[in-house]
Design a protein around this ligand. Structure first.
Ligand code: SF4
Length: 364
C-alpha cells in the first residue's frame, strides 16, 4: 500500500460512478463539502432520505458518509440512519452475528505512549510487567473456541516475543469455530508469513485516529504493516479507533474509507474509553448515540462486500445500528488500568450473544 493513500483519501473519496448523485447545484455542492444547510423547510430531510436510500442499497460515497456523520447524534435523522444501517446489516450479513473474544496477553509500560492507552510508559499506569503463561493462554483459547465466537484475538504489547505467540498458535491449531487473530506491533511481510504459518488468519491493525499525533507511531509504518499482513496471507480488521468527541465527521470518514480501501474484512467503530491519568482523559467519551451513529455509518460505508462490522465497547444501541460483531475482553486492557481476570466490565460471551440476538442476529 502506498503510504500516500491516507492523503488521497483525506482529500478525495474513492471515486465510484454514482448514477444517483443529484444535480450539481450550489446546494448539492455544499452538501458534498459537509457544509451546514440554510435550507427551505423539508429540503434537509429530503436530502438525508435520498442518501439513506442510496447507501442502504450499497452505494455510499465519502461525501455521503460525511453528511451522515455530521447529523446531531440525538436527532430524528440520526435515528433513521441507525435504523437503516441495522436493516442493511441484517440483510447483508444474512443475519449472522459473531463474538470477537480478545485476550490481552501481557501488561507492560509501552514506550510508544499513545495518548489514550493505559500502557503508555509516560503515564505511569502500567505497573509491574506481567505475561500470561503459554499454558494459560492455550487453555483460554480452547475454552472460548465455541459456537458464536467467530474470532479469538491475541493482543500483545510490542514486548511480547512473536516467536512465543506463534508457538501458542501452533499448539491450539486447528480451532473448531473461531479464526485466530493477532493484534501485535508493526512488522514486515516475513513475520506475517510466520504468523500465518502458525495458524493466524487475520490481524487487527488500524491507522488510529490522529496516528502520529496521539500515538508514538508514524502513519506510514502502520500502513506498511497492513500491506505486509495482507501480502503475507492475513486478512485485515481495522476500526475507526479510538473515536472521541474531538474527532470530526471527515476524520471518521477518512478512517472508514482508508480501511475499506485497504481491503479490510472487518470494519467498525471503537469508542475511546477515557482512562484517568492519560492525556486524553479530559476530553471524555462519545455518547452511546454518537458511537451508534459511527457504527451505522461504518455499516453503510462497508457496503455488502464487508461481512463484519464490529463496535466496542459494547452497548445495545450498537447491535441495533449495524454492528454484527461485539467484543468480549479478558486480560490486559488498554482501556483500563486493571487486569481483567474475568470478562472485562462483566460483559461475557452470553451477554454478547444475548445482545446480538435481541437485535435480530443468529449467533452460533
Ligand atoms: S496503544 Fe499500543 S503502541 Fe500505543 S501505548 Fe498502547 S500498547 Fe503501546
Amino acid at each position: 500500500m502506498n503510504p500516500d493513500v491516507r492523503h488521497d483519501v483525506s482529500r478525495d473519496a474513492p471515486r465510484r460512478p454514482d448514477r444517483h448523485r443529484p444535480p450539481a447545484t450550489h446546494r448539492a455542492r455544499a452538501n458534498r463539502r459537509g457544509a451546514s444547510l440554510p435550507s427551505p423547510a423539508g429540503t434537509r430531510r429530503e436530502n438525508i432520505s435520498a442518501i439513506l436510500r442510496r447507501t442502504a442499497h450499497g452505494h455510499c460515497t465519502f461525501d455521503d458518509a460525511v453528511r451522515l456523520l455530521s447529523l446531531p447524534p440525538d436527532s430524528p435523522d440520526a435515528l433513521r440512519l441507525r435504523r437503516a444501517a441495522h436493516r442493511a446489516g441484517l440483510r447483508w450479513t444474512g443475519g449472522r452475528g459473531h463474538i470477537w473474544f480478545a485476550i490481552g496477553m501481557d501488561g507492560a509500560p509501552c514506550p510508544r505512549s499513545c495518548a489514550f492507552c493505559s500502557f503508555g510508559e509516560r503515564w505511569g499506569l502500567a505497573g509491574t510487567p506481567w505475561r500470561l503463561a503459554g499454558d494459560e493462554a492455550v487453555a483460554a483459547i480452547r475454552a472460548h473456541d465455541v459456537p458464536g465466537v467467530g474470532y479469538i484475538v491475541l493482543r500483545t504489547t510490542d514486548l511480547f516475543p512473536l516467536d512465543d505467540l506463534a508457538e501458542i498458535a501452533r499448539r491450539v491449531m486447528p480451532l473448531r469455530h473461531a479464526r485466530l487473530v493477532a493484534n501485535v506491533g508493526d512488522f514486515r511481510e516475513d513475520t506475517a508469513r510466520r504468523l500465518h504459518g502458525a495458524g493466524f488468519r487475520m490481524i487487527y491493525h488500524a491507522l488510529r485516529l490522529r496516528e502520529g499525533m496521539d500515538t508514538g507511531i508514524a502513519p506510514a509504518v502502520r500502513l506498511r504493516t497492513m500491506h505486509a499482513a495482507m501480502a503475507g496471507g492475513l486478512a485485515l480488521a481495522a476500526l475507526a479507533d479510538p473515536a472521541g468527541p474531538e474527532h470530526d465527521a471527515r476524520e471518521i470518514a477518512r478512517a472508514l474509507f482508508l480501511h475499506k480501501c485497504a481491503g479490510a474484512d472487518v470494519l467498525g467503530a471503537m469508542a475511546r474509553v477515557p482512562v484517568p491519568g492519560t492525556p486524553k482523559h479530559g476530553l471524555g467519551a462519545v455518547t452511546p448515540e454518537r458511537h451508534a451513529q459511527l457504527t451505522a455509518v461504518a455499516r453503510l460505508v462497508a457496503e455488502p462486500r464487508v461481512p463484519a462490522i464490529c463496535a466496542h465497547p459494547p452497548h445495545a444501541l450498537l447491535a441495533e445500528s449495524g454492528a454484527n460483531v461485539l467484543v468480549v475482553e479478558h486480560g490486559a486492557i488498554p482501556r483500563d488500568t486493571q487486569r481483567a481476570h474475568a470478562a472485562w466490565r462483566s460483559f461475557s460471551l452470553d451477554d454478547a450473544a444475548a445482545m446480538l440476538r435481541a437485535a435480530g442476529y443468529r449467533v452460533g
